[in-house]
Design a protein around this ligand. Structure first.
Ligand SMILES: Cc1cc2nc3c(=O)[nH]c(=O)nc-3n(C[C@H](O)[C@H](O)[C@H](O)COP(=O)(O)OP(=O)(O)OC[C@H]3O[C@@H](n4cnc5c(N)ncnc54)[C@H](O)[C@@H]3O)c2cc1C
Ligand code: FES
Length: 260
């Protein structure tokens, strides 16, 4: 996939809102008309911590762009120290940010299946907003904390899979697809590696073109450190080996391009 033009410039922006969506998932709106007007669905930003002991920025996908293209929404789960610090920020606080980064999804207006798992769900919302076609949305969660599920209902029929069976289909996203006889002409997916492996296999065995967004751990976020490579099936022209940088060449790939 083509890398998009990036604005690899660190800048400080204002937080408009930072609210809790579930026990450990937060929604942050920030004001920045440059990023908001440039970003494509599937791209991400790097957020910097104020604590100087955490030097590396944290990659977070753009979940939504406001209609006036002045604000972006980030939905993130508190996992470690960086995301904990973000969760404590309040309205009118500032945060250092770089972006938009990465390539983004290639939009095709065919009957679409969106498949998201956990913190892979947020980038699919901006994608749903930008598609002009029939959309079936399959969202996988651990339990009944089904953050963002209602937001997707504006764009298509939503099917939920939960590991504990508390909401929707008990099981994983592929179980939900099979149980509900969901079919489509293209799949877009983002989530943890085991889920993406199953989605890739499902797309391949049903002849459905599949784009997946990878969640590799990152360092620089702009293609300079080779800290985020994934294995590819073809030799990459930058490195001459079967590798691609998730931050710069991805995070979105056609499923058959990468080994999972
Ligand atoms: C392109 C991209 C987009 C992302 N978008 C989102 C998003 O929209 N919302 C969201 O909640 N998260 C997203 N993530 C994951 C997010 O970047 C990490 O959860 C975050 O960096 C963790 O930072 P931390 O300081 O809180 O945790 P750390 O202290 O750095 O790590 C805490 C734990 O999380 C694990 N971890 C850290 N980074 C990752 C990662 N990239 N993938 C899997 N496990 C990780 C570590 O192994 C460790 O166990 C994205 C990651 C990538 C690469
Ligand atoms: S994080 Fe440095 S090359 Fe991707």
């Amino acid at each position: 996939m083509d890398s998009n033009k990036i604005i690899a410039k660190k800048k400080v922006v204002t937080i408009i809102e930072n609210t809790k969506l579930s026990d450990d998932v937060f929604s942050m709106w920030i004001e920045d008309d440059e990023i908001a007007s440039l970003v494509k669905a599937g791209q991400f930003v790097s957020l910097f911590c104020n604590d100087p002991t955490y030097m590396l920025p944290r990659p977070i996908s753009v979940c939504e762009v406001s209609d006036d293209k002045k604000k972006i929404r980030l939905v993130y789960k508190v996992l470690g120290k960086g995301t904990k610090e973000f969760s404590l920020l309040k309205e009118n606080d500032t945060i250092a940010i770089m972006g938009p980064l990465g390539n983004g999804f290639i939009l095709e207006n065919k009957k679409t299946i969106l498949i998201g798992g956990g913190v892979g769900i947020p980038p699919l919302l901006e994608l749903a907003r930008n598609l002009d076609t029939e959309i079936l949305v399959v969202l996988g969660y651990r339990d009944n904390q089904t953050f963002l599920a209602d937001d997707f209902k504006k764009y298509g029929k939503v099917y939920i899979a939960t590991e504990d069976g508390s909401v929707g289909n008990k099981g994983n996203v592929i179980d939900a697809i099979k149980n509900n006889n969901i079919t489509g002409d293209i799949i877009y997916s983002c989530g943890p590696s085991p889920m993406l492996r199953a989605v890739k296999e499902y797309g391949k065995s049903n002849n459905i073109p599949t784009q997946i967004s990878l969640e590799e751990r990152m360092a620089c976020g702009v293609g300079a450190c080779i800290g985020c490579v994934c294995k590819t099936n073809e030799v990459d022209k930058h490195s001459n080996v079967k590798n691609k940088r998730v931050c710069k060449d991805g995070p979105v790939f056609w499923a058959e391009e990468v080994s999972l």
